[in-house]
Design a binder for this molecule. Structure first.
Ligand SMILES: [Zn+2]
Length: 288
């Protein structure tokens, strides 16, 4: 039996070529670099993950990168980091074909964070690193973490924001991340949220060519993805949603509705992330 979506597609195909192009861009492989369990209904990691994957399936998102447990902890202790990563490991257990784990670590606890990277990536199933708001990326405390991740070929996503009301004490700006990138030219670093205030954030990271950016969070304002492609080139831009803090639909719309060509959309929606993850997936024997 035809679903209503299929009938809508068929109608557009025959009657409205331009809308049709927009819908079909949704048929590109979609990999999401930024999702969480927090904000999704459910009492356990398993319940939340089933919901999250259900939403992703509905929107045609084939793979998600998942990190951090619940509740959100701004400044977790080493014990809390382990608990949060355990929640993600639990959530991943039934979904290794759909989800990639990023280990949550903190620049406030570099030694324990390196051990956690070993536990979850080297000796576990995770493939990336998430840094949030405990320590600014420019601080030397992050060096051991970035060095270990780079050895293991794990990409690092660092949350960044430029708040007009002032950042949290440990919250990084894109400029902080540039300092870190300069000290670690071989690291794969992703500028989370494009700095929130993306017009400033994207301009700031433009000339640091080893840095990638991602589109998650913030309202789906028009012009974001167009500006990212113009300033950085499509190869450096990754689609991310920040689900369950944001919906897949609103965040996908930023890319799918952007006035950039299909080749750029294809790269942003999935190909770039797949390329960044391929070395570590190969090492771990995981089929992309
Ligand atoms: Zn997030």
């Amino acid at each position: 039996m035809k679903t209503s979506t299929q009938s809508v597609r068929t109608t557009l195909k025959t009657t409205a070529p331009s809308e049709c192009r927009l819908l079909y861009s949704g048929h590109f492989m979609i990999w999401d670099v930024h999702t969480h369990l927090h904000g999704v209904d459910g009492r356990t990691p398993e319940e939340k993950m089933a919901k999250l994957i259900g939403f992703a399936d509905r929107m045609g998102v084939e793979r998600i990168c998942l990190y951090m447990g619940f509740p959100f902890l701004l400044d977790p202790t080493p014990k809390e980091l382990r608990q949060q990563n355990d929640q993600v490991l639990q959530a991943l257990a039934h979904y290794h074909d759909k989800a990639f784990g990023f280990v949550y670590v903190s620049g406030k606890h570099p030694d324990e964070s390196v051990r956690e990277i070993d536990r979850c990536i080297k000796n576990g199933p995770m493939v990336g690193v998430k840094l949030w708001v405990a320590r600014r990326a420019a601080e030397k405390d992050l060096d051991a973490i970035v060095a270990r991740a780079t050895e293991l070929k794990a990409p690092i996503l660092q949350h960044t924001w430029l708040k007009t009301t002032g950042n949290l004490a440990g919250e990084s700006t894109p400029q902080d991340l540039i300092e870190l990138a300069k000290r670690h030219p071989k690291a794969t670093l992703i500028c989370g949220h494009s700095g929130g205030d993306w017009q400033l954030g994207l301009r700031a990271i433009r000339s640091t060519t080893s840095l990638y950016t991602e589109t998650s969070g913030s309202d789906p304002t028009s012009g974001f993805v167009e500006f990212a492609v113009k300033e950085l080139g499509a190869d450096r831009v990754l689609y991310g949603s920040d689900a369950g803090g944001r919906s897949f639909a609103s965040q996908l719309a930023k890319v799918q509705g952007a006035d950039v060509d299909d080749n750029a959309k294809k790269k942003i929606l999935g190909e770039n992330l797949k390329r960044l993850l391929t070395p570590i997936l190969k090492d771990k024997g995981i089929k992309p």
